[in-house]
Design a binder for this molecule. Structure first.
Ligand SMILES: *Cc1c(COP(=O)(O)O)cnc(C)c1O
Length: 236
């Protein structure tokens, strides 16, 4: 079995190749290593290979890892965020990629206010309009972004999506394209892009090449770095 370091090297060079092939600067594409359900030892291995940005989808697990690793990692939250976890999220996350409703905006802002801080966030868009998935529906994105303008402690950096699963990565191309088109539209309405470069978080282990071709600036990769994920534990 390849090591985590070897997997990281392979993905880094693949990001490089894909970017150059579609005339993009490889430095514009940031890798988020999705370490959910993997032990701290796996993160340590990635850290030793100079990787520092990790993605987690349960707040409790994210907070424990961040504490154990003594803030040596940057943590992106990529799961559904409940309001009663907002305070912990503010404390331990460097970016929240899954803003999807006014209530969580308001709650996060309140905690940021009391800490006198700001936080980088992305709005998650449910481009496939799947009922079981979180994320704001495409047609509601504009009103959520407009609402967020009154909550300046949330620094809106861009959009994120998790498209409908298909084994054929070509099938998700239209979803990635849809996210980019929403971003362009929102920028034209001056609802996005106030903090510089607009981030598009899209693409996972099996479809990141398509995502990069469609403009991804953040790709979230778990399995291809850490291997098959351990099953969900019962005690959540
Ligand atoms: C688990 C997860 C990933 C990583 O998926 P892989 O297929 O293991 O690369 C990416 N994004 C989100 C939101 C996830 O929950």
């Amino acid at each position: 079995m390849p090591t985590i370091r070897q997997n990281l090297d392979k993905i880094r060079s693949s990001i490089n190749d894909i970017a150059l092939r579609c005339h993009r600067n490889p430095d514009d594409i940031q890798l988020v290593a999705v370490s959910k359900r993997f032990p701290v030892a796996a993160i340590e291995e990635a850290l030793a290979a100079n990787h520092v940005v990790f993605g987690e989808n349960y707040i409790q697990e994210a907070a424990e890892k961040k504490q154990t690793l003594d803030n040596r990692i940057k943590l992106h939250f990529i799961g559904h965020l409940q309001s009663n976890k907002a305070r912990t999220a503010v404390e331990y996350c460097d970016m929240i990629e899954t803003i999807d409703r006014p209530k969580i905006v308001k709650t996060l802002h309140k905690h940021l206010e009391s800490e006198n801080r700001c936080l980088d966030v992305l709005v998650q868009v449910n481009v496939g309009e799947e009922s079981q998935k979180s994320g704001v529906l495409p047609q509601d994105a504009e009103s959520l972004l407009a609402y967020m303008q009154d909550f300046p402690r949330l620094k809106l950096r861009g959009l994120m999506t998790m498209p409908p699963y298909t084994p054929d990565p070509e099938m998700v191309r239209s979803s990635f394209r849809a996210l980019r088109e929403i971003a362009v539209m929102m920028e034209a309405k001056n609802l996005l892009g106030r903090h510089g470069k607009i981030e598009l978080s899209m693409g996972m282990s099996h479809d990141y090449h398509v995502a990069i071709e469609e403009g991804a600036t953040l790709i979230r990769i778990g399995t291809a770095i850490f291997g098959e994920r351990p099953p969900l534990s019962q005690n959540r």
